[in-house]
Design a protein. Structure first.
Length: 398
């Protein structure tokens, strides 16, 4: 029979979704599952965004500009301006989610066999996107012992070769929740300029910063990076609009953006109704962000408090986003996660988590870690951590 491609064979399964068949069987068996495995917020989408779609006056759902509606791009530029980021609407291409922005970026700046250096653990789909683009991800390991802070610059330099095209970071981080400091961004800036590399920053969680002494600092605030910086962004988490699939690619490098536009034209245009909703969402009052961030901070604190009561685990305290990495006293967290779905429950309730090894590309890294998404309300988080503690206690007795 005809064979599938080597590229298709190399595509990894999602560590977030690979256990779904076991979850479906658990639900069919009558179990209630607390989902800590996926970053799907339960926060309500701004009503103004929903109303904009309900009340539209379109007579034809036509193609938009390949770069996205100009009115949306202008509003995005205004949004960034409020965050000390000086960009024009012409520096922005609207994409079908942040995922497409990353695919456009890799397609625009790399050739097959090129390399991108990424601190790990990293968002699992970076590996998928790089596989699609036949690009090699070169990991630089960060550790739970310092909450996954930026590795020493010397470690990055060890991995730079003539094939290196870019460094990719997520700030704040998925799956770690780490927030890079201004000083760390400036270290990366100097490195990118020194070796003439692109610096790509996935900033979809920029709003979610929880400690008063910390502030999100964008690579676009570094004037020296004008030709090197590419930002990936999305409305998915900011406005709890994951299903809208609207993101954007932002760069002042005209050649990069002209190239990315060719990819945008090839897929014709981003979705019309989602653009309408996204443009309306940008009009929400600042109180919306304040309230949402306060809620996630409460959830973070609730989760960490519960986790710290569990013996023999190590917890990385996140500074942003809504994820944290937990190290367990088990050899294989995937087996443990599957066991919780198949063989464990407390009062017919169990928990679903994401095994963390799927967020690493280094062999056998993260095998005893899980990623938790604290997207449930505080009562459910308390119950979920209680179940996790009971499950771990029972598992270690097997």
């Amino acid at each position: 029979m005809p064979k599938i491609s080597r590229k298709g064979t190399a595509m990894p399964h999602s560590p977030i979704r690979k256990l779904v068949p076991y979850a479906e069987k658990a639900v069919a068996a009558g179990k209630k599952i607390f989902h800590l495995n996926i970053g799907q917020p339960d926060i309500k989408t701004p009503q103004v965004a929903l109303d904009a779609v309900s009340n539209h006056n379109l007579k034809t759902v036509a193609y938009s500009h390949s770069g996205g509606n100009e009115s949306l791009r202008r509003k995005l530029a205004e949004y960034y301006g409020k965050h000390d980021i000086d960009v024009s609407y012409e520096d922005i291409i609207v994409t079908t989610g942040g995922s497409e922005a990353l695919i456009f970026t890799m397609g625009s700046i790399t050739d097959p066999g090129d390399e991108i250096i990424v601190p790990e653990p990293f968002y699992a789909n970076y590996y998928s996107f790089s596989t699609q683009s036949t690009v090699t991800v070169v990991p630089v390991i960060s550790t739970i012992d310092d909450d996954f802070a930026l590795p020493p610059i010397s470690e990055f330099e060890k991995h730079i070769t003539h094939n290196t095209k870019a460094i990719l970071i997520c700030n704040p981080g998925n799956p770690t929740g780490y927030l890079y400091s201004k000083e760390e961004i400036q270290q990366l800036t100097e490195l990118a300029i020194k070796y003439d590399l692109f610096l790509i920053s996935d900033e979809v969680y920029r709003e979610f910063v929880y400690d008063v002494d910390r502030k999100h600092y964008s690579i676009l605030e570094e004037e020296a990076l004008k030709e090197h910086a590419i930002v990936v962004d999305s409305v998915s988490k900011r406005y709890s609009m994951c299903g809208a699939r609207i993101g954007c690619m932002v760069s002042k490098n005209k050649q990069v953006m002209d190239t990315a536009m060719k990819f945008a034209q090839a897929r014709l245009s981003p979705p019309t109704f989602a653009q309408i909703a996204s443009e309306a969402a940008l009009d929400v009052d600042e109180s919306y962000y304040t309230e949402v961030v306060a809620e996630y901070k409460l959830r973070r604190d609730t989760l960490i408090e519960g986790l710290k009561k569990i013996p023999n685990i190590k917890v990385s305290v996140p500074k942003g986003a809504f994820y944290c990495i937990v190290e367990l006293p088990v050899q294989d967290s995937e087996k443990f996660a599957q066991w919780m779905l198949e063989d464990f429950s407390d009062n017919n309730e169990t928990v679903m988590v994401a095994p963390a090894d799927g967020f690493y590309s280094s062999l056998n890294a993260g095998k005893n870690q899980i990623r938790i998404a604290y997207v449930l309300n505080t009562e459910n988080l308390k119950r979920a951590t209680e179940i996790l503690a009971l499950a771990l206690e029972a598992y270690l007795k097997l």
